[in-house]
Design a protein around this ligand. Sequence first.
Ligand code: ZN
Length: 220
Amino acid sequence: MSYHHRYSDGRMADLPLGKVVCVGRNYADHAAELNNPVPVVPMLFIKPSTAVVPLEEPFAIPDGLGRVHFETEMAILIGKRLKAADEQSAADAIVGVGLALDLTLRDLQDDLKCQGHPWEKAKAFDGACPLSAFVPADQVKDLQDVQIRLRVNGETRQDGNSRYMLNPVLPLLSYISRYFTLEPGDVVLTGTPAGVGPIESGDRLDVELVDILERQTAVL
Ligand code: ZN
């Protein structure tokens, strides 16, 4: 069954799910907690559409592949084609703002990094991207002043603000579009603030773009 995006008021968006383009280390505090250098240019990777599952439903995580980390991220829904786009075109192409978990097989990723191999298996596996419905973009006043929060079993684990992004949304979209054409239905994950950590079966998650979108979910 093909996955169509939805808006947070329940309306279906006329946008089939495409690829998910992600940026690594887009908050200096998160790069520091994993002992990673802060990249000079955006570090991009892609999750295929098969990684996406609805955030609103309990989701499964891989078993026996080491630690699975949450990374809570603001997700941008693209509504117009962007190829080598400037920031104004990028702004015009944003139709929705949502929540995503960039699930990461952290032990496997550490292993792949050590070997100098690509991260795909650690980042792009089936179910690696629980993704919410989207709030229409015109309901979000300032993309660079959004508080992103995650509670696991009632305890706050991530609480950061998009104003601390190293690459703000519009320059990021412009940069991405030089390498990967963004098409209607594609999603961009804008990086995670500090506080990432493991999740386990049975955990309850409260995920929030404060005053914009709030979702409860759980790990099966
Ligand atoms: Zn991430």
